[in-house]
Design a binder for this molecule. Structure first.
Ligand code: AMP
Ligand code: TRP
Length: 324
């Protein structure tokens, strides 16, 4: 079977190092190996409160992040979810074969409904069904994401199986593709995953200035227990290593073993590695931001290619379910 890659991110603000190391960096690498489709999932983003006036800008900002990180429209299809209406059509059909009990188990639903108590809507509940439609509309079988999305991909697999056994075998059973850092931890509280909702000092944004990155890494929690493998320390090591700088950690690792490692050295190295890795990203981002109409054209072109694939799948699906 041919491998096809699909993944997406929500336009909900600046990306952080967790998004990059858990997902985006791998997307860039996969482009040279497989046909890839990458999506700005705006219909997912409206399941939590947002400012309608800001949506267009957020979509453009995320598309800029994608391109600046190295997604290449000559290699991959890059588009905005809402531009392909077949996705919501397929999601509706999938809703009819998804057991409520499966959706009730979803960790992200439980977390988000606790965070947004005033707006626990049906869209938030069926969010993973829309995600399954994203993936299966393109018959993708490999989905590069961070660890927190694995449960959703497993549900997409269950939905594919259910469709295949109920109607006709037309969908692949998708699998998650994880990086070696599928869960980057918060700098300020290494017992939690890095995320924007925890607050500024917990994450490094890909657009943070050099001074901000140094300050955030400097104040990162390292070792509160006196143990040699403290989670905060390991987090800094894995950040360096996943930025393809394993070589640099050799000496620091051996100091760690001997008990002579100075956390200030580890932090300086971490900050330097992050800064030098993000510099080309930030430069490219600034260049692309100067020509936003080009970004718009890329998304229009991407949506047109995506719709061609989507139209074929939805025709096949409608035929199999007897709605022609
Ligand atoms: P989000 O911005 O939370 O919608 O996540 C976008 C992508 O980044 C998804 O593939 C997530 O699994 C991944 N991701 C988010 N936070 C982290 C993290 N702390 N570590 C690794 N991957 C992450
Ligand atoms: N739910 C994903 C997240 O929060 C975003 C997403 C939407 C996605 N559709 C997808 C990821 C399809 C992979 C494949 O990060």
């Amino acid at each position: 079977m041919k491998n096809i890659i699909f993944s997406g991110m929500q336009p909900t603000g600046a990306l952080h190092l967790g998004n990059y190391l858990g997902a985006l960096k791998q997307w860039v690498e996969l482009q040279d190996k497989y046909p890839c489709i990458f999506c700005v999932v705006d219909y997912h983003a409206i399941t939590i409160p947002y400012q309608p006036k800001e949506m267009e800008k957020r979509i453009a900002e995320l598309a800029l992040d994608f391109l600046a990180a190295g997604l290449d429209p000559d290699k991959s299809i890059i588009f905005v979810q809402s531009q392909v209406p077949q996705c919501t059509e397929l999601a509706w059909i999938f809703n009819t074969i998804t057991p409520l009990g499966e959706l009730e188990r979803m960790t992200q639903f439980k977390e988000k409904s606790a965070q947004h108590k005033q707006n626990v809507n049906a869209g938030l509940f069926t969010y993973p069904v829309l995600q399954a439609a994203d993936i299966l509309l393109y018959k993708a079988n490999l989905v590069p994401v961070g660890e927190d999305q694995v449960q959703h991909i497993e549900l997409a697999r269950d939905i594919a199986r259910k469709f295949n056994s109920t109607f006709a075998k037309i969908f692949p059973e998708p699998k998650p593709l994880l990086t070696k850092t599928p869960r980057v931890m918060s700098l300020a509280d290494p017992s939690k995953k890095m995320s924007k909702s925890l607050g500024e000092k917990h994450y490094i944004a890909l657009t943070d200035s050099e001074a901000t990155i140094r300050a955030k890494v400097k104040s990162a929690v390292t070792d509160t227990s006196g143990g040699s493998k403290a989670p905060g320390v390991e987090n800094l090591f894995t950040i360096i290593e996943s930025l393809d700088q394993d070589g640099i950690t050799g000496e620091l690792r051996s100091q760690q073993k001997k008990g002579t490692l100075k956390y200030s050295d580890l932090k300086d190295t971490t900050a330097n590695v992050i800064i030098s890795h993000l510099r080309p990203f930030q430069t490219r981002r600034a260049e692309l931001a100067a020509d936003r109409s080009k970004v718009g054209e890329i998304l229009i072109e991407g949506a047109s290619k995506a719709r061609q694939i989507a139209a074929k799948t939805i025709a096949e699906v409608r035929d199999k379910i007897g709605v022609r």
